[in-house]
Design a protein around this ligand. Structure first.
Ligand SMILES: Cc1ncc(COP(=O)(O)O)c(C=O)c1O
Length: 394
């Protein structure tokens, strides 16, 4: 895929937007570009997600287990549902107090000021805004190989150069190697913790030390989409970096543990000047509806539901990890709601056969090795996944 092609261009060129697709998508080598040569994947997961969305339902076998988008299989909190229904009565009003209320809740938890927070409809908007801003006029975005590519792909399309540093052998960020690549051309460092698609984490102290050393020279963007899957006692508390005046941007989403992937809610934590810089690239906070905000306020405070989702996720993740390990697969230990592991079939054949069995997953080649990334669903879905997997790999 040419790096000049957008995701939609590519899907259109592939006939996917017009013809739909029959089973899973194949991207791997055919879809790689210059950043993939540095072993960052190019838009594969998101292209797959889009293709599923545009695919007419009758062209795809009905999925029994939808395990390709790292969604919360348990849905939104009952308290959030109740808030949504109540919010319907406020649908004629612009949200004011609700922004202030949610920001205050977050600010209190993080030890920051409400002025350090910008709300958005999902964190993708924050990622895209940062991509557009830091790509302006060229320059380099420094990251790791095998990480989430939405920001990188957008930045590359807008003229940025992407430098992706190889991971360690155990699929972790090599922070020292990343630091060594900082040059005056680097405009942004982009890290994801826990990382997608590997599910691996950087120890909080290492990440903090990295930011304190690097951020005075170049802004650090920490994508914390999966942070809520940490046990609360172990969760990195990097809001304090922002409170200390560091040039760090934290991106958070309600799409994962809160189950708001469809409702759309996220936010950035950063210095007020940085938020002001990024804002013109967004549609503004009013892109978030009052219904989503009110549900978000309820969900944010519903620690019981979050604990429940985290515990169920850990249970189903452990079950799947053990089942795959027992079959001789080397599963990368995951701290998130998905698992990545090397497979012994070609990605296309594997993915197509899994979809034919009603199991939606994603696949990827990294350095010529095929991998499966499976989202953690309910226990029933993971049992279905294992059944399908056994059938497919024989
Ligand atoms: C690492 C990472 N960052 C950001 C996002 C964006 O999520 P959303 O726009 O739904 O908040 C995702 C979505 O899967 C992700 O995996």
């Amino acid at each position: 895929m040419s790096s000049q092609l957008t995701r939609r261009d590519w899907l259109r060129a592939s006939g996917l937007l017009t013809a739909g697709l029959t089973t899973g998508l194949r991207f791997s080598k055919a879809a790689t570009s210059t950043i993939a040569n540095q072993s960052v994947f190019v838009d594969e997961f998101s292209a797959l997600r889009d293709a599923k969305l545009v695919s007419p339902p009758d062209t795809m076998p009905k999925l029994r287990a939808r395990l390709f988008a790292n969604e919360n299989p348990l849905g939104i909190a009952p308290s959030a549902k109740e808030a949504l229904v109540k919010a319907a009565d406020s649908g004629n009003r612009y949200a004011w107090m609700e922004f202030a209320q949610l920001k205050q809740l977050i600010a209190t938890d993080e030890g920051i000021k409400p002025a350090n927070i910008m709300m958005s409809p999902g964190s993708s908007d924050i990622l895209m805004a940062a991509a557009s801003h830091f790509a302006k006029g060229g320059g380099t975005i420094l990251t790791s190989a095998m990480t989430y590519d939405d920001l990188l792909e957008r930045a590359q399309r807008q003229g940025a150069k992407i430098v992706a540093v190889p991971m360690t052998k155990d699929y972790k960020y090599d922070l020292n190697a990343i630091k060594a690549k900082i040059t005056p051309e680097v405009k942004l460092v982009y890290l994801v913790n826990p990382n997608n698609p590997t599910g691996t984490v950087v120890p909080a102290a290492d990440l903090e030390a990295f930011c304190r050393e690097v951020a005075p020279k170049v802004p650090v963007f920490l994508d914390e989409a999966y942070i809520d899957f940490y046990e609360p006692a172990e969760r990195p508390k990097l809001g304090k970096l922002v409170a200390d005046g560091q040039n760090v941007i934290l991106a958070r989403t309600f799409s994962k543990i809160h189950g708001f992937a469809g409702l759309r809610l996220g936010y950035a934590i950063a210095q007020p000047e940085m938020l002001k810089t990024l804002k013109p690239y967004t549609n503004g906070e009013f892109a978030v509806s009052i219904t989503t905000l009110m549900a978000g306020i309820a969900s944010y405070q519903d620690k019981e539901w979050q604990n429940h989702c985290r515990a169920e996720n850990a249970k189903a993740r452990d079950y799947t990890t053990k089942a795959l390990t027992a079959m001789g697969y080397e599963v990368i230990p995951s701290a998130a709601n998905f698992i990545l592991f090397p497979i012994r079939m070609k990605t296309k054949a594997f993915e197509n056969q899994m979809f034919a069995n009603g199991i939606g997953i994603q696949t990827r080649d990294f350095n010529g090795q095929p991998y499966c990334r499976v989202s953690v669903g309910t226990m029933d879905e993971m049992a279905m996944f294992m059944d399908g997997f056994k059938k497919v790999v024989g």
